[in-house]
Design a binder for this molecule. Structure first.
Ligand code: PNS
Length: 180
């Protein structure tokens, strides 16, 4: 039997922290479905199509990954995709309460599907899509925290000129970081 996990999120936008969790998830599962929640109630910086574009470009080198969107309850989507697990990243203690609530609610709905938490590499512990967006909005340097396409799209959103092509690919970049 193939072990499938859903890696759900807003991915507004995807960061190296997300890629780190995905890479770890792929070491445990045969396939990981990266799924963007379509949530008209939540104000996002990027449209779902823009987020999909960034996910596709950032994840093209990852094997066994499917990219998708979903609406409604995550647990219903997980059942529909025949997934056994939900993959979530856990950074600092501040993530704990929300993640705990969500995992327990999902378990109440369906005891068969497990939530698996993974810790990012230390360097990503304090990064989040929100803080990166805020930094980018005010011209802060975010190139080493997000894939190249994301830094380009953030600069376009905030009308800044793109930085020179510093990196070859996000995967190479992550590998380089790990070697330090
Ligand atoms: O990246 P995020 O915004 O932290 O992701 C949150 C997400 C999409 C995983 C969560 O909001 C979600 O699963 N929403 C779908 C509705 C749902 O099933 N909620 C949890 C149980 S009520």
């Amino acid at each position: 039997m193939k072990h499938v996990a859903i890696y759900p999120g807003s991915f507004d936008p995807i960061t190296y922290g997300h890629l780190d969790i995905l890479e770890r998830g792929l070491a445990l599962f045969d396939k990981v479905i990266v799924a963007i929640l379509i949530n008209p109630q939540k104000k996002a910086l990027f449209t779902v199509d823009e987020r999909l574009e960034m996910l596709k470009a950032s994840l093209e080198a990852f094997p066994n990954v499917e990219i998708d969107t979903f609406k409604g309850l995550l647990i219903d989507y997980a059942v529909q995709k025949k997934a056994q697990a939900i993959l979530r990243g856990m950074r600092a203690v501040s993530d704990f309460e929300y993640e705990f609530q969500m995992a327990l609610m999902n378990r109440k709905f369906n005891r068969e599907i497990q939530t698996v938490f993974m810790m990012t590499e230390l360097r990503w512990i304090f990064t989040s899509s929100s803080i990166i967006k805020e930094a980018a909005r005010f011209g802060g340097e975010i190139d080493d925290m997000v894939p190249r396409i994301v830094s380009r799209r953030l600069k376009e959103k905030f009308h800044q000129s793109p930085s020179p092509n510093k990196r070859i690919s996000c995967i190479k970049n992550m590998t380089r970081y790990r070697k330090k």
